[in-house]
Design a protein around this ligand. Structure first.
Ligand code: ARG
Length: 400
């Protein structure tokens, strides 16, 4: 009897200690803070409020890098996740940047962590060490509710898979579900037909040739989420706008925009990809990703779960070589894959995104799966509609 009681007590004690250790050391939850920084050396420029203008991208990059460095060199390096410039505004002390900073640590340590983070900011930004300044009055960080922070992050374009993957904290969740949140499936009579990319709450970009058989919006639906069966959301199509110069069974101007009948609410799993400026140039050999539910070989079945493949940009000159596509590649197309073959998009991927990560892990749509000879064949890489070439066309149709 005594033995039984002792064993039970020891067991209970062990469970309590185990739980305590878990909560103290391993319960890593995300904590979000808002902070404002002044940049006295700079004047406000309306370009800073245009989300993807060169000026705002460059400045955001500079600020995020500075904040990264400060925390990565600090005692909080293991807990710092990232900084995200939300917006800019003019003040009488110069330009002000509003930044969302994310940390991961056990909830039991909220007070100490915040105190340490405040001190780190104070130490690094009070003096003339940095171009960023912070008000001398503590505290600098204002706690933010998870829902509010997520709302801000999810309404920004291009947040997707972390690339290259970084192992930060044990227990950090994998991105798999939310890796390519702009990817949609364009379906005719309920079955997957093409891919498409979400660029606002109600507009998608896709390929014109997806509509070669039917342009009637009533026959089309769009699904979101990484699986075709049991998707996260479905929407009806309100209208389809095909490029005026597109001619069926030709490859030029293979672009269309699709408007949903009702907007989609943004979440971690469903939100937009960024559209690059018309001036963005992507250099050959850049690593890019293409995603879709297309077949893994010619005439193969469509998978249920979204797949991704990494390919490389190939210059139009090389792609137009006699052994490759011998002159069929025009300036509105961009070539990606490998001359050695193997990795490529395939049937069913059409209309889907070719994306590149720029500015510390923000994904930009640079291509739309368009055509190719076979799939993954030697000297026959994939051809994509060059999004920068049609940037103004997209703007003229969608105002995005
Ligand atoms: N045209 C095909 C489709 O309708 C996609 C072609 C992409 N082919 C390639 N080899 N990259 O789905």
């Amino acid at each position: 009897m005594v033995g039984l009681i002792v064993t039970a007590l020891v067991l209970v004690l062990a469970i309590i200690i185990g739980l305590l250790i878990y909560f103290l050391a391993y319960d890593q939850s995300s904590h979000y803070y808002q902070a404002s920084f002044q940049i006295p050396s700079m004047e406000y420029d309306p370009e800073f409020s245009v989300e993807h203008s060169k000026a705002s991208r460059d400045l955001k990059e500079k600020i995020n890098t500075e904040i990264d460095q400060v925390f990565q060199r600090s005692i909080l390096s293991q807990h710092y996740i990232k900084s995200h410039v939300v917006n800019f505004r003019p003040t009488n002390r110069g330009l002000e940047a509003n930044v969302l900073i994310t940390f991961q640590f056990p909830s039991t340590r909220v007070d100490t962590m915040k105190w340490q983070a405040d001190n780190i900011l104070h130490e690094n930004f009070k003096s003339s060490k940095s171009f960023l300044k912070i008000d001398i009055s503590l505290p600098h960080l204002r706690e933010m509710h998870e829902a509010q922070a997520k709302h801000i992050l999810n309404s920004c374009c291009g947040l997707g898979m972390e690339y290259p993957p970084v192992e930060r904290i044990a227990g950090g969740k994998t991105a798999a579900q939310a890796a390519w949140p702009w990817q949609a499936s364009l379906q005719m009579d309920g079955s997957h037909w093409c891919g498409a990319s979400l660029i606002s709450q109600d507009w998608l970009v896709t390929a014109a040739h997806c509509f070669d058989n039917s342009k009637n919006p009533k026959l089309w639906t769009v699904s979101f989420g990484a699986t075709l069966r049991s998707p996260l959301m479905r929407r009806k199509v309100d209208s389809i706008i095909i490029h005026e110069n597109y001619a069926a069974h030709k490859h030029d101007d293979d672009i269309a925009v699709v408007r949903l009948s009702t907007p989609v609410p943004f979440s971690e799993e469903v939100h937009t990809v960024c559209l690059p400026d018309a001036t963005l140039e992507v250099s050959p050999k850049s690593k890019v990703f293409v995603t879709g539910w297309g077949a893994s070989k010619v005439n193969g079945p469509f998978p249920n779960t979204l797949r991704q493949v990494q390919v490389e940009i190939i210059s139009n000159d090389i792609c137009n070589h006699v052994n490759v596509y011998g002159g069929a590649v025009s300036s509105g197309m961009i070539c990606a894959g490998f001359l050695t073959g193997k990795h490529d998009a395939c049937e069913g991927d059409s209309g889907g995104p070719l994306v590149i990560t720029l500015d510390r892990n923000i994904w930009y749509l640079i291509g739309i799966v368009s055509w190719g000879i076979g799939c993954g064949k030697e000297n026959k890489p994939g051809l994509y509609t060059r999004v920068t070439h049609y940037r103004d066309w997209i703007k003229s149709k969608t105002n995005i």
